[in-house]
Design a protein around this ligand. Structure first.
Ligand SMILES: Nc1nc2c(c(=O)[nH]1)N[C@H]1C(S)=C(S)[C@@H](COP(=O)(O)O)O[C@H]1N2
Ligand SMILES: [Mo]
Length: 196
């Protein structure tokens, strides 16, 4: 796998590259199935389950504080990309808009196209997580999850749901698409939590 598209991290970067990962020079696209085409006019974001049910529009998200984020991105298929520059909305800012039941301890991320991925509330509510609509100062392309995706930097990127359109709050862990198909339910790259 080394060569044209992958390189070994240099010494300065190596403490940022989790075990078993290689740096990629480009920005690969990793999608299961078709790429949904979603316009900002039709984009909607729904909250349900153990939370007051509510639907948000694109304008609702744009009215929230917009911030820049620089984060490393680790795919379980062993490529990592350092210093990805995103723009978007902190998860913790968004959470101020919704009412979640105190019994909610897990979240299912839902997407246009039907992809799902589960995350524990404690991993979801971390300060460094955000919804992104811009990457390297360009609107997020459809293949990278535009118009809006989640980014959870401290977990393998399959939890960074592209074309995200909803959160379902749960009182117990349920498994998302890859988690039902053998991937680890948490997916922490430094612990190499790849498979279940
Ligand atoms: N909706 C959806 N989100 C998804 C995926 C997917 O197939 N569908 N793939 C995941 C995986 S495995 C990875 S590594 C990242 C890849 O993001 P990228 O295609 O922008 O590199 O998106 C994640 N989010
Ligand atoms: Mo991935």
């Amino acid at each position: 796998m080394l060569g044209k598209f992958f390189k070994k991290p240099n010494e300065e970067q190596s403490d940022r590259v989790p075990p078993g990962q290689y740096l990629t020079k480009g920005f690969p696209v990793l999608t299961y199935g078709q790429t949904p085409q979603v316009s900002i006019e039709t984009w909607q974001f729904k909250v349900w389950g153990l939370a007051k049910e509510v639907t948000f529009s694109w304008a609702d998200f744009m009215a929230l504080p917009q911030q820049q984020f620089t984060a490393d991105f680790h795919c379980v298929t062993r490529w990592s990309k350092l210093d990805v520059k995103w723009t978007g909305i902190k998860v913790t800012e968004f959470m101020k808009l919704i009412e979640v039941d105190s019994k909610a301890v897990h979240v299912m991320e839902h997407c246009y196209g039907g992809y799902t991925t589960n995350i524990a509330m404690s991993d979801f509510l971390r300060e460094e997580n955000f919804f992104a609509h811009t990457v390297f100062d360009e609107p997020l392309s459809a293949e990278h999850g535009g118009p809006m995706r989640l980014v959870v930097p401290h977990i393998y990127a399959w939890k960074s749901a592209k074309w995200i359109n909803g959160l379902e709050f749960l009182d117990k862990e349920e498994l998302g698409f890859w988690e039902r198909n053998g991937y680890n339910s948490r997916g922490e790259p430094w612990a190499e939590e790849r498979y279940s």
